[in-house]
Unconditional design. Structure first.
Lengths: 91, 435
């Protein structure tokens, strides 16, 4: 069950400068574990020590913020696109 | 993984910033085009040498500077002696006596960025700083995700500076804001989605294109421009702090930077310290910060915007947690008002002070009124309300609520009849009456 994960610039040094990664996982949490197996240390940047997602990071599944879905338990299906985006200002 | 600070090179002697620092974990970074901490993803803030500022900047040196935001250049993150100066800033601080009397306040001021230059919103401040820094960092293309005002400003100032420009906006923006961007001939992407979706897309574009996004990879520099709204109010009040400010909240950045501006002037001895209360205004249809404040939370739960106040319709506000923090620690408030109240707010400001603001300003005035009625603003406080945008850009919002002209034949008796009826009939009734 492969999903496509878009990697933000500050984390691309973990992925050898790749901006998009194919990854396994049936939920966001599982995807993060799989991502960390391929690129050790990357999960620690995205999650707090207790495993919760850091507050200045946004995760989107097919353009929808996972906070409108099921958070870290949001299910993933093959072909889904997961975008990891740091918070930005604007208006 | 923290970058080490590089020794400054080719920097003007007046540059007083030394690098960037994570607001959350304190990690330090070089002053490049980066906006989030690699370690914890916290936002990066510009760091200044306040001791050097204290020794070199005086009230007199500021007063002798240009009549624009660049009179505060040493407090802004640019190295050049020749920033992009399109006359931005030094907008009027109006003593709003008629509005004050209507609301029952004694000392009320309007900081009127509805007439900021060149594109009639406070965004010209942040963009002037961002594009000056973009040029220093070697960008030839600049970009932004925008609810309208930022697009206007980025396109205009990029045109002036000769930079290529590509802006991203939600597809359903007000006509005036779209036209007010297109006229400067940038590439405009109208994205079929709300602002938060536009922002996400832009973050993805920023990952793959080497552009200077003013509100993404240039954000630490960009957001510093809003501090000038704090500096100017201090200077225009005769080098004094107000007691209370009321400002609109979208991402929360403006609010936190006004606070930073006030603190910096205290820190370097330009103004005497005083407690200033910070109150924020949101539209009910997009009020994630007001909700967090009300519920005493230290995190923001995003919402899907549904309000006429499109310029502040950010459902996932990046600096929301800091705005809540400031309102709490200054004994201020964060309130929300509905769309009807927003329209009434726009009309109230226009009718009492002759200032035509857009929906964000209507939100702020309506919130001011609500706070006064709830006894949350002391009538004796010197209160400053920030009006950040111009009503001519969001005419759709008030169409149908402001009556129609009295159409008459070009004859004196037609005028006399019309005048008599106008004086006796409620103005709104005239919309349907053929004179």
């Amino acid at each position: 069950m492969a999903v496509k994960v878009l990697i933000p610039t500050p984390l691309q040094k973990f992925t050898g400068d790749q901006a998009a990664i194919e990854c396994e996982g049936s939920t966001i949490a599982e995807m993060l574990d799989a991502l960390d197996r391929s690129f050790p240390g990357i999960k620690g940047r995205l999650c707090n020590d207790d495993g919760s997602l850091r507050r200045f990071i946004n995760f989107y599944v097919n353009s929808e913020d996972i906070r409108f879905l099921d958070g870290a338990n949001t299910p993933l299906s093959s072909g889904d696109e997961v975008s990891i985006v740091p918070a930005v200002a604007g208006g | 993984m923290t970058q080490t600070l590089a020794p400054s090179c080719s920097r003007s002697t007046a540059a007083m910033f030394t690098g960037l620092k994570c607001k959350e974990c304190g990690a330090e970074y070089e002053a490049k085009a980066v906006h989030v901490c690699e370690l914890c993803f916290g936002p990066l803030e510009v760091v200044y040498d306040y001791e050097a500022l204290r020794q070199t900047v005086t009230r007199e040196s500021i007063e002798k500077g240009p009549n624009s935001i660049w009179r505060y250049r040493q407090f802004l993150p640019v190295e050049t002696d020749n920033p992009i100066d399109v006359g931005t800033g030094m907008t009027p601080l109006l003593q709003a006596n008629r509005l004050a009397r209507r609301l029952g306040l004694k000392r009320l001021y309007i900081k009127n960025d509805a007439v900021n230059m060149p594109t009639l919103s406070f965004k010209d401040r942040v963009v002037s700083v961002a594009l000056t820094r973009a040029r220093e960092l070697g960008f030839s293309t600049v970009s932004c995700a925008s609810t309208g005002n930022l697009a206007n400003s980025t396109a205009a100032i990029a045109a002036h500076a000769g930079l290529d420009c590509c802006v991203f906006i939600p597809a359903d923006l007000e006509a005036g804001k779209v036209l007010g961007t297109l006229i400067y001939a940038p590439t405009v992407m109208a994205v079929q989605g709300n602002y938060d979706q536009v922002n996400r897309l832009c973050s993805e574009v920023a990952n793959t294109h080497g552009w200077g996004f003013v509100n993404i990879n240039l954000r630490p520099y960009y957001s510093e421009g809003s501090k000038t709204l704090g500096y100017e109010v201090i200077e225009q009040l005769g080098w004094e702090l107000p007691d209370h400010i009321v400002a609109p909240l979208a991402s929360g950045s403006l609010f936190t930077k006004i606070h930073k501006g006030f603190q910096e002037f205290v820190k370097v001895g330009l103004v005497e310290e005083k407690a200033v209360r910070f109150s924020g205004a949101q539209a009910e249809g997009c009020s994630p910060i007001a909700q967090a404040f009300r519920e005493g939370r230290d995190f923001i739960t995003p919402v899907k915007p549904n309000t006429i106040a499109k310029s502040i319709a950010i459902g996932n506000p990046a600096d929301g947690v800091y705005a809540v923090e400031i309102a709490n620690k200054t004994n201020g408030n964060i309130e929300s008002v509905n769309d009807q109240e927003i329209v009434e707010g726009i009309k109230l400001l226009a009718e009492t002070e002759g200032v035509f603001t857009e929906t964000a300003g209507g939100t702020t005035i309506a919130t001011l009124k609500k706070l006064v009625e709830a006894g949350k603003i002391n009538p004796d406080e010197t209160t400053v309300v920030y009006i950040t945008g111009n009503g001519l850009k969001t005419q759709e919002a008030v169409q149908g609520y402001i009556g129609e002209p009295l159409t008459i034949e070009p004859k004196l008796d037609a005028f006399e009849r019309a005048l008599e009826r106008a004086q006796t009939l409620d103005r709104l009734e005239w919309q349907q009456v053929l004179v």
